[in-house]
Design a protein around this ligand. Structure first.
Ligand code: FES
Length: 171
């Protein structure tokens, strides 16, 4: 059996361990076409990007009362979602639970649907400017179907611990 025929026979059996370069470089164009057709038939290629689950909304309310509603999916946290949508929520430590600048005030209707804050989050919340009974750190609020429609208000100030008071640029 010729090498290319042997290769094709293994491909036809669904052997996915074969390197594509198993066809000799001087093989005829017909052989390459045949290998390509066999590959296309025996392997399924993804033709679309996998769909992220969930399609939710989050409304951010600025300290002045301006509302902005954005779309979210499962796993989005409220800090990164804000940055993605040009909402001015600070996030000095970039979600590492070492600041309170991502402080948000959660609508009471949704507050009880959130996971309990960890001790580390509570420690940071104690340092937040304008702490309320429904305060959370935005980077610790992770979207899921129960939180669809959540509204959070940004506090009028944050306690930025950067020496120069600068804000990080989201990336
Ligand atoms: Fe620092 Fe959330 S960004 S705790």
């Amino acid at each position: 059996m010729r090498r290319s025929t042997f290769y094709l026979a293994r491909l036809a059996r669904g052997d996915r361990s074969l390197p594509l370069l198993a066809v000799r470089p001087h093989a005829s164009p017909q052989t390459f076409k045949s290998v390509f057709n066999t590959l296309s038939a025996s392997r399924s290629f993804a033709t679309s990007v996998p769909k992220l689950s969930g399609s939710y909304t989050v409304t951010y309310v600025s300290p002045e009362g301006a509302r902005k509603t954005v779309k979210a999916v499962d796993g989005d946290n409220l800090l990164e979602l804000a940055h993605k949508n040009n909402i001015d929520l600070e996030g000095a430590c970039e979600c590492s639970l070492a600041c309170s600048t991502c402080h948000v005030i959660v609508d009471p209707e949704y507050y009880d649907k959130l996971e309990e804050p960890t001790d580390e989050e509570n420690d940071m919340l104690d340092l937040a400017f304008g702490l309320t009974d429904t305060s959370r750190l935005g980077c610790q609020v992770i979207m899921n179907k129960d939180l669809d429609g959540i509204t959070v208000t940004l506090p009028s100030a944050t306690r930025n611990m950067r020496v120069d008071g600068s804000k990080p640029t989201p990336h």
